[in-house]
Ligand binder design. Structure first.
Ligand code: MN3
Length: 206
């Protein structure tokens, strides 16, 4: 079963002015597409891996054949990370979470502002390319950062929210100002989806 590039649930210009149209076109249509194409190439002739979901491939990355492991990390991680990233964003979104997710954030990070600051900080401290994440690890919320396209699934963590800090995610509009991009990004976070991922993670279904 070949992996496929998911369609966006909104138009390329829908996240303006926070994420610009051209960045969305290139990021989804070229960067994400390349991860999918190269993932499928890496899986050619790997019958035992053909039926596994992308999440399963990443959770079991240590069992992957040596010859394709790094390709799976780069491109499988790239595919999973971006698929989630598009779903986490929506036009007219932003604000703050409510319900159990809000309660859990407050209990873990004191308040929403501190939580946001810590996610931004992890993104700022990621040297080069990578991601800043809110994950569920050992049933607790935690903020972590990964390099390149490494996925939290690879270390048994469940990604609940993640922000792409590769330059391709922001350079056309924000150039070297990663902090400005990170601040703007919160205006497009779809908390409904983040809350669903939180509930699924707690139920062990993510
Ligand atoms: Mn990206």
């Amino acid at each position: 079963m070949a992996h496929t590039l998911p369609n966006l649930a909104y138009a390329h210009n829908a996240l303006e002015p926070f994420i610009d149209t051209m960045t969305m076109e290139i990021h989804h249509g070229r960067h994400h597409k390349a991860y999918v194409d190269n993932l499928n190439k890496a899986l050619e002739g790997q019958a035992a891996l053909a039926s596994k979901s992308i999440e399963q491939l990443l959770r079991e990355i240590n069992q992957a054949p040596d010859s394709i492991r790094q390709a799976l990390i780069n491109n499988g991680g790239g595919h999973a990370n971006h698929t989630m990233f598009w779903e986490l964003m929506a036009p007219g979104a932003g604000g703050e979470p409510t319900g159990p997710l809000a309660d859990d954030i407050k209990a873990t990070f004191t308040d929403f502002a501190s939580f946001k600051a810590q996610v931004n900080d992890a993104g700022m401290k990621r040297f080069g390319s990578g991601w800043s994440w809110l994950v569920l690890a050992d049933n607790k919320l935690k903020i972590v950062s990964t390099a390149n396209q490494e996925s939290p699934y690879m270390t048994g963590q469940a990604p609940i929210l993640g922000v792409d800090v590769w330059e391709h995610a922001y350079y056309l509009k924000y150039q070297n100002k990663r902090a400005d991009y990170l601040n703007a990004w919160w205006s497009v976070v779809n908390w409904k989806v983040v809350a669903q991922r939180h509930a699924m993670a707690l139920a062990g279904k993510l």
